[in-house]
Design a protein around this ligand. Sequence first.
Ligand code: FO1
Length: 308
Amino acid sequence: MITALAGGVGAARLLRGMVEVVPPSEITAIVNTGDDTILHGLHIAPDLDTVMYTLADAINPDTGWGLAGETWRVMESLQRLGGITWFNLGDQDLATHCYRTQRLQEGAALGQVTAELVRAWGLEIRLVPVTDDLLRTRLQLVDGPEVGFQEYFVRLRHDVAVAGVRFEGAERAAPGPGVLEALAGAETIVVCPSNPVVSIAPLVAVPGVLEQLRLRRDRIVGVSPIIAGAALKGPADRLLREMGFQSSVVGVARWYASWMGTLVIDEADAESAPAVEAEGIRCIVAPTIMSTVERSAALSQTVLDAVA
Ligand code: FO1
């Protein structure tokens, strides 16, 4: 069984390729819920939904989130009413949040509701929230208050300097059902090319997870989300710098080296391989830009072969 640590878009792309090279029923993705937010009274789980929609080939290809062929009638009506519209929710996407919220209010756990949604989309992969308890990524701005993740990422367009990041609820959160077992029982643990600071770190912050990762270090292989000093999408590069790490494959290696045995970096960073290995982590050089499902599948194969 393969277990993946997953955030949003980059993770969704890698997993979409992985299901081409490994039977989906053999993959468990432990997904970040620190980006979750309550808006319009609805529980929105962006990383879970982005992975689910991408694996269902229903993702909006332009944005990497939300559904393809979306309409925005509810947002247009909300605009007229003076409602909250800085976070764009398409009409079909809203059905997901209505269903999830209704089931949570009926007492179902987030992991249970996620399994129902995944089944409704006909997927065989297991998507497991890292916890069913409250977990919220909060960012302390340099010139401003502490804000929630979506306010930082969407409303402020992550174009503000961050002094610190914390994961509200992490210390009290229990690992979701199946999380520790998926880490302990995995033949290989794949850390997807997600944002180390706000997508992977919340997973590691949930009690019990880091201990498992440290035990399994030689079976853990990650893909750098930084290529030639930059993130393909999102604020991973600036957040690494703001947290005191280089925005480079060496910075990523330093961030992960205590529990990750192997790091896959892009060919563009080939000359940094020795510097990565100097951080005490094995380094594999390969094409890591996932512009097609085929390239995602090839990268998945490289990743799994790296610790075969
Ligand atoms: N990202 C944006 O940049 N703008 C949006 O309006 C937006 C809406 C949205 C709705 C549902 C959803 O699942 C994701 C959405 N995202 C939006 C992306 C989201 O903020 C990020 O995907 C994750 O939270 C970080 O990976």
